[in-house]
Design a protein. Structure first.
Length: 114
């Protein structure tokens, strides 16, 4: 059960941390994009509900000594950004913020994402 919930939750988490904006004009033109936007919102909502169910099970398991707090360090339990948080990501975002903080640094953007 956990592995299926984790996989679905990781998809929703990835979508929460990587911006793929779809303008209202594109939503009206392409029915696939309209469906994509609706399903993305639903995935986020359902991921939160599944997360609470799993967390209840883990809290019971922790109380009876079946697992410890290290389990909460799993990426699945990390905080989901709120929809209002600015979480846009693109290659080189770390390099750009480092260069803005220290103009003498001249850190280069990554050549690949691996």
């Amino acid at each position: 059960m956990y592995l299926a919930v984790e996989f679905q939750g990781l998809i929703a988490y990835w979508e929460s941390t990587h911006r793929f904006t779809v303008s209202p004009a594109l939503i009206h033109i392409d029915p696939y994009l309209a469906l994509f936007v609706v399903e993305r919102k639903n995935r986020r909502f359902h991921a939160g509900a599944r997360w609470k169910q799993i967390l209840r099970l883990f809290s019971i398991a922790m109380r009876v000594g079946r697992c410890d707090l290290d389990l909460l360090l799993d990426p699945y339990f990390l905080h989901f950004p709120k929809r209002t948080d600015e979480v846009a990501w693109y290659p080189g975002i770390e390099a750009r913020s480092a260069n803005l903080a220290d103009p003498q640094l001249h850190r280069h953007d990554p050549a690949d994402l691996i």
